[in-house]
Design a protein around this ligand. Structure first.
Ligand code: SAH
Ligand code: DHB
Ligand code: MG
Length: 209
């Protein structure tokens, strides 16, 4: 769909370099699902990470490493990103492109189920968490976010609008229900200051008070 306003914003603020372009092309050929964040979301993540002075970032759902590269590029020299991925094939694809972006020293891919890896991180503190994996466990991912993210840090989640399904009352599958409940919780939880930003599929942004 033509989106001249979106193109104007992305053209000015969210240009992809050769690594990100090559990643998306090769991901298509490789059969990875085309569900990475968009360039404007990548840039929004960079702005948010800069705003909270993020040094330690946690991602749930690596896929091909596209969002990981955007985020790692916003971190200072001593910053790092831990990113969790269930599928070893996705993880090895991501590892290759993260190396190509010369970010391998900053990005640590943990292969496993998010719920298991999150439990293994208990006691650590992050400045931001980006949630972008399966939707059914969103409320548990949020609980982990509240435990692992410092005060003043960020909890961000992709797909907050789920192609519009969150507002279609006829739709009642588990993923849609989970995203709806997540948004309701984010809007109401007094420990959070939150909003959904209407990017292509919606990004929920919450600051931990
Ligand atoms: N953040 C990525 C896109 C992630 S797509 C980007 O924007 O580039 C969602 C990813 O989450 C997929 O790679 C999928 O394999 C992974 N995933 C799904 N369920 C998971 C789980 N329970 N634990 C860890 N990763 C999971
Ligand atoms: C889908 C898209 C996503 O961005 C995601 O994180 C998980 C699933 C999807 O469209 O199925
Ligand atoms: Mg997503």
């Amino acid at each position: 769909m033509a989106d001249p306003i979106g193109d104007y914003i992305a053209g000015l603020f969210a240009r992809e370099d050769d690594v990100l372009l090559a990643l998306r092309e090769e991901a298509d050929r490789h059969g990875l699902p085309p569900i990475s964040i968009s360039p404007d979301e990548g840039r929004l993540l960079q702005v948010l990470l800069a705003a909270v002075g993020a040094r330690r970032v946690l991602e749930v759902g690596t896929l091909g490493g596209y969002s990981a590269i955007w985020m790692a590029r916003a971190l200072p020299d001593d910053g790092f990103l831990v990113t969790i991925e269930l599928d070893p094939g996705h993880a090895s694809f991501a590892r290759r492109f993260i190396a190509r972006a010369r970010l391998d020293a900053k990005v640590d891919i943990r292969v496993g189920r998010a719920l298991d890896v999150l439990a293994s991180l208990d006691g650590e503190q992050f400045d931001a968490m980006f949630i972008d994996a399966d939707k059914e466990p969103l409320s548990t991912y949020l609980e982990w976010g509240l435990r692992l993210v410092r005060r003043g840090g960020l909890i961000v989640a992709d797909n907050a609008l789920w192609g519009g399904k969150v507002l279609d009352e006829r739709i009642e599958d588990d993923a849609t229900r989970a995203i709806r409940a997540f948004n309701v919780r984010l809007a109401a939880d007094p420990r959070l200051v939150s909003i959904v930003v209407p990017t292509h599929d919606g990004v929920a942004v919450a600051v931990v008070r």
